[in-house]
Design a protein around this ligand. Structure first.
Ligand SMILES: NC(=O)c1ccc[n+]([C@@H]2O[C@H](COP(=O)([O-])OP(=O)(O)OC[C@H]3O[C@@H](n4cnc5c(N)ncnc54)[C@H](OP(=O)(O)O)[C@@H]3O)[C@@H](O)[C@H]2O)c1
Length: 315
């Protein structure tokens, strides 16, 4: 089968479109024919091997896993021993390592039935980014005023919709190019290229921009919650994690709750998202689709930060 593989860390030039063996579903796994795979920011990190703190898990001098891609939607072509929730022919979405390929193994507990009202391309854009937004929002439940920094990107477009659905008043921070998109999702907009942040919020999701901890805390209510979700361009060793470590150290000394996030994609969250999507409460925002053979261009495009919402590759 065709897949996107790499044997060294680096920029997108290290990605190759090659023939490799088709995987086989093991115990508790599905073999899924990939119909579309999402390009989340983590793809770049695993490709580049950055930040270095992740290398023990990713592989110190070369990637342990050669095939890139994680979130996907497709059709089940075989089920391993012990699988009870799925059968051959089911349309699913979820995560599986090596999703930039024609087939991928997916653990049963990382999959759900595809939302009936979504195409495969739309469904592939959900698992990583929407689960991240959902889990970040859970850290500050019942927040009346929510600030989403990086509101026009993959995680941000879900965060705005999910926060709105919870009844919160939502403000999204983004560039001019994404202001109409973010407003259309139901948020008030702060265009960071021309406006300063004002006011205070019960919950801040810090998804992009690497603003200083002190700046963010100024815009947090006395007992508010700040969740460090991400941000590109930090140091080689820690990336954007430096600020969450600072938050972790400060948090016990005040009422403000300063938290990091390590998101996962459990079946229960995928099922919850499926029901919100089928009810029309949440809709994936798709910017562009690339052919699998051009996955390197897709990763470059994603990493440039210009995508409105999500991008996907299609085998
Ligand atoms: N903690 C976790 O478990 C977890 C899980 C998933 C992702 N992440 C991280 O979350 C981050 C975002 O991921 P993503 O998939 O949403 O990426 P993305 O699609 O590239 O979105 C990032 C957005 O940030 C905006 N942005 C850039 N500079 C900004 C600034 N100074 N202020 C406000 N917004 C700015 C960009 O657009 P504009 O500048 O045009 O507005 C872009 O829309 C990444 O760093 C990723 O690694 C973390």
């Amino acid at each position: 089968m065709k897949a996107i593989v790499q044997d060294t860390y680096g920029e997108a030039d290290v990605l190759r479109f090659e023939d490799i063996d088709r995987p086989v579903a093991g115990r508790g796994e599905l073999l899924v024919e990939v119909r579309a795979a999402g390009v989340d920011a983590g793809v770049w990190h695993l490709m580049a091997g950055m930040p270095l703190i992740g290398r023990p898990a990713m592989g110190w001098s070369r990637p342990k896993m050669r095939v890139r891609g994680l979130e996907l939607a497709g059709r089940v072509v075989a089920v391993g021993e012990g699988v009870t929730r799925f059968k051959e022919g089911d349309e699913v979405f979820g995560t599986g390592w090596g999703a930039f390929a024609e087939y991928v193994r997916v653990k049963e507990d990382k999959a759900a039935h595809k939302p009936a009202n979504l195409s495969f391309e739309q469904a592939a854009a959900v698992p990583v980014s929407a689960c991240t937004a959902l889990q970040a929002l859970r850290k500050g439940e019942n927040a009346a005023r929510v600030l989403v920094i990086g509101a026009g990107g993959g995680v941000g477009t879900y965060a705005v919709q999910l926060a709105k659905a919870s009844g919160a008043q939502v403000t999204g921070v983004c560039s001019t190019a994404k202001a109409d998109l973010v407003r259309g999702l139901g948020a008030e907009v702060v265009d960071y290229t021309s406006e300063e942040l004002t006011g205070t919020y019960d919950l801040i999701l810090d998804i992009a921009g690497l603003r200083k901890l002190g700046t963010l805390r100024k815009h947090l209510t006395r007992d508010g919650t700040l969740v460090f979700v991400g941000g590109e361009g930090g140091g080689r060793w820690l990336g954007g994690m430096q600020r969450s470590l600072g938050g972790l150290l400060l948090s016990p000394f005040g009422k403000q709750n300063l938290r990091g996030l390590f998101a996962t994609e459990p079946a229960a969250d995928l099922e919850h998202l499926r029901s919100l999507i089928e009810a029309g409460t949440v809709t994936p925002v798709l910017d562009r689709t690339f052919p699998l053979a051009q996955a390197a261009d897709a990763v470059r495009y994603q990493h440039a930060g210009k995508a409105r919402g999500k991008i996907v590759v299609v085998p």
